[in-house]
Design a binder for this molecule. Structure first.
Ligand SMILES: [Zn+2]
Ligand SMILES: [Zn+2]
Length: 385
């Protein structure tokens, strides 16, 4: 039985996984600067015998192809590997060695799970029906992100299905969070720059209160829309406000963006030389799962991880650039519980963030189940299209 093989292989391999994760955890690199991490991943893939490895895909992306018995079809898995500009406040032997840089989102765990997946596949190529593409992605945390440039560089060429996961401390270890539809909101960033002969602070305050009115007027309960205003910097005659718009609905988003731009124009005033620049940085589209992708995923979980609780989750108000892969190829993204009541109780991006390392085994188990059953998975996903 393939389930027993996966279980045994990962059990043997688990101490190595811990080592890999902790090494990456101690040597984090922020988005778009992940050169050494990329090198580390590439060297590991070479070490386990993978021949077809593309490096510098997009920028620091790595795409490895593992040949199955029949290369006419391909299933892909993605792991991100960037860290954040946060100072690691944990008290552990594997805490970050780099001041103000930390794996505070668990991407070190994602990468380890995918490396372990590759290792087990390489040791069992005779049982692998089709090719597997492992996508190691840089720059997830910061729009415009690494996914789009990697897709533009061809990482999804000849890929028939794709799956990805985010380990998630708000869910306890032993839980899998799924959605048949939207899982993450679209999140985009903007900046408003105000200059005026009048008090720029007052104009900024006006802008803030008016945007909240826009939200309450246009957000129906089902179409959740949130505008978060972040940094407000001001001197007497100048002010700058940064903000994020999170939503699940493209039409609503267009409408709100338009309203904010109009609001900026309405606050301009020739008499007081009040000028307002609206700078739009864009962001990730909403992450929408393929229903069949989630169904396929869920059909293998009880076989490989019978102890796992399956929980349908409300969409998250965070952006995730896995959205781009799902705009191109059918598949699904899921959350996998990594929290506990002690050291792993902190939310993502918290300076005390840590996770239950067992979650890496769960993630790899699911990826491996999908890979060893890719003939059925790909056929079933094709049917939906
Ligand atoms: Zn994050
Ligand atoms: Zn993340």
């Amino acid at each position: 039985m393939i389930e027993n093989l996966i279980k045994n292989e990962l059990k043997t391999y688990y101490p190595e996984m811990i080592k890999l994760r902790r090494y990456m955890h101690m040597h984090p690199e922020v988005s778009f600067n992940e050169k050494n991490t990329a090198e580390f991943i590439k060297n590991y893939l070479l070490e386990i015998g993978i021949k077809d490895i593309k490096t510098n895909v997009g920028l620091h992306g790595i795409v490895a192809r593992i040949k199955g018995q029949d290369s006419t079809k391909t299933i892909a898995f993605r792991a991100d590997f960037d860290a954040l500009s946060i100072n690691d406040m944990k008290d552990t032997e594997y805490k970050s060695t780099v001041p103000n840089v930390m794996h505070a989102c668990g991407h070190d765990g994602h990468t380890t799970a995918l490396l372990a997946t590759c290792k087990v596949l390489m040791d069992n190529l005779d049982k692998l029906p089709h090719d597997v593409v492992a996508i190691f992605q840089y720059g997830e945390e910061q729009a415009p992100g690494g996914a789009k440039p990697m897709i533009d560089a061809g990482c999804l060429d000849n890929v028939d299905a794709i799956f990805g996961a985010h380990l998630w401390t708000p869910l306890p270890l032993g839980t899998l969070g799924y959605s048949y539809n939207e899982l993450c909101a679209a999140a985009d960033r903007f900046e408003v720059k105000i200059s005026s002969k009048e008090n720029a602070n007052l104009i900024a305050a006006e802008f803030v209160s008016m945007t909240q009115q826009i939200v309450s007027r246009f957000s129906k309960p089902r179409e959740t829309l949130v505008i978060t205003l972040g940094k407000l910097e001001s001197t007497c005659n100048e002010a700058s406000i940064t903000g994020t718009i999170r939503h699940f609905d493209k039409e609503l988003h267009k409408l709100v963006l338009d309203k904010i731009q109009k609001l900026c124009l309405s606050l301009e005033d020739e008499n007081t030389e009040t000028k307002i620049d609206f700078i739009y940085y864009g962001g990730y589209p909403p992450l929408i799962n393929h229903k069949k992708g989630t169904e396929e995923l869920l059909s293998y979980v009880p076989k490989i991880l019978p102890q796992l609780n399956l929980k349908e989750v409300e969409p998250l108000m965070i952006g995730e650039d896995f959205a781009y892969y799902l705009e191109n190829v059918p598949g699904a993204f899921f959350l996998i519980g990594a929290g506990n009541d002690t050291f792993a109780k902190y939310p993502h991006h918290h300076p005390n963030f840590d996770f239950e390392e067992e979650v890496m085994k769960h993630t790899a188990s699911i990826f491996l189940s999908l890979a060893f059953n890719s003939n059925k998975v790909i056929t079933n996903l094709k049917e939906e299209q």
